[in-house]
Design a protein around this ligand. Structure first.
Ligand SMILES: NC(=O)c1ccc[n+]([C@@H]2O[C@H](COP(=O)([O-])OP(=O)(O)OC[C@H]3O[C@@H](n4cnc5c(N)ncnc54)[C@H](OP(=O)(O)O)[C@@H]3O)[C@@H](O)[C@H]2O)c1
Length: 305
């Protein structure tokens, strides 16, 4: 197949492109340097080719308190990126299926995080703008499906982890931040201070498991929204305990700063739908995924940044 991927240089984009290429597909890989999607005409130069599939992964965001500090910019930039992509899809590539990423932050905290509730209620305040741009992307695809019959799939990931994360100093997703702090505690003797009281709960999905599940889902689901989660969550203290064991750092040396921003207290996607669609779906055990991620951390010297 001929496939266009936006966000191809990202943490998810890079392994997804590798997997698609090894499956024999012909790819056009876009990032902000070869196609700035905030510019309305940015995709025009690629209109000559007909694509069977468009994976739209590009988004302007980071982890930590980035969304809290940049809501205005995030609204404008992500709306531009998504609107330009949707308009080009409808006008120039209506034969292509569009596969794009949602976010678990779009769910209202009181929902049971099942797909039929993606647009219901209010996302948490600190991630409201980011969450709403993702909801708008979903609604845009649904609207184009309704009016023109365009085909789409919205995949909603929980937090992804594994080798190959960014090492450019940007704010890290919580699991990488935990690993970084604990490894620095071990290697440099720095104090390890984690945000919150450690009882907030999170789920994570190993990047390769996510890519495999996404590729399988594309074969099974159409004009639909599907969560891709681990199906189980753990407290920050439990994650820290695993990491301490793997790197041989004393867990009791960890301090908790309850004055820092922690986001939602619990976030675990409902995975009934994906289990129905992909009965073989089974994310790897946490310990295995953490070991692989920590090995990469040392290899890439990611803890030194
Ligand atoms: N990682 C997660 O845990 C997670 C969880 C839930 C949802 N998601 C969603 O999954 C998708 C991929 O996530 P990720 O972790 O791979 O993100 P990422 O590592 O931050 O990558 C973002 C990608 O978007 C591109 N991009 C940013 N601004 C752009 C612009 N103006 N024009 C064109 N491209 C632009 C970046 O290109 P440059 O490299 O050139 O900047 C990069 O390729 C995103 O939509 C994200 O919201 C991710």
């Amino acid at each position: 197949m001929r496939i266009l991927v936006t966000g191809s240089s990202g943490f998810l984009g890079a392994p997804l492109c590798r997997a698609l290429e090894s499956d024999g597909h012909r790819l056009l890989q876009l990032n902000s340097r070869n196609c700035d999607l905030t510019k309305q005409a940015s995709l025009e130069q690629f209109s000559g080719e007909r694509y069977d599939l468009v994976y739209h992964l590009a988004a302007w965001t980071q982890a930590g308190d980035f969304c809290l500090k940049h809501p205005g910019e995030q609204w404008v930039i992500n709306q531009q990126i998504n609107t330009n992509l949707l308009a080009w899809w409808a006008e120039r590539q209506p034969q292509a299926r569009l596969v794009f990423m949602g976010t678990s932050c779009a769910y209202a905290p009181e929902s049971d995080l099942s797909e039929d509730q993606y647009m219901d209620g209010e996302p948490i305040d600190s991630l409201y703008t980011y969450a709403m741009t993702k909801r708008m992307l979903y609604q845009g695809a649904r609207a184009l499906h309704r009016q023109y019959g365009l085909r789409y799939l919205c995949a909603v990931p929980s937090t992804l982890y594994g080798p190959g994360y960014h090492t450019d100093g940007r704010q890290m997703h919580f699991i990488f931040d935990l690993i970084r702090k604990i490894v620095r505690g071990k290697e440099l003797g720095e104090p390890v201070v984690l945000w919150g009281d450690g009882h907030q709960r999170r789920e994570i999905v190993f990047i390769d498991d996510f890519v495999r599940a996404l590729l399988a889902l594309v074969e099974k689901a159409d004009n639909d929204i599907v969560n891709i989660g681990a199906g189980e969550e753990h407290s920050i203290r439990a994650f820290a305990s695993h990491i301490c064991r793997i790197v041989s750092y004393p867990e009791k040396s960890i301090a908790y700063d309850t004055t820092r921003y922690v986001g939602a207290t619990s976030k675990c996607l409902n995975v009934a739908k994906i289990r129905g669609l992909l009965p073989e779906y089974s994310p790897r055990p946490l310990e295995d995924g953490l070991r692989a991620t920590i090995a990469w951390f040392y290899e890439a010297k990611a803890w030194q940044q």
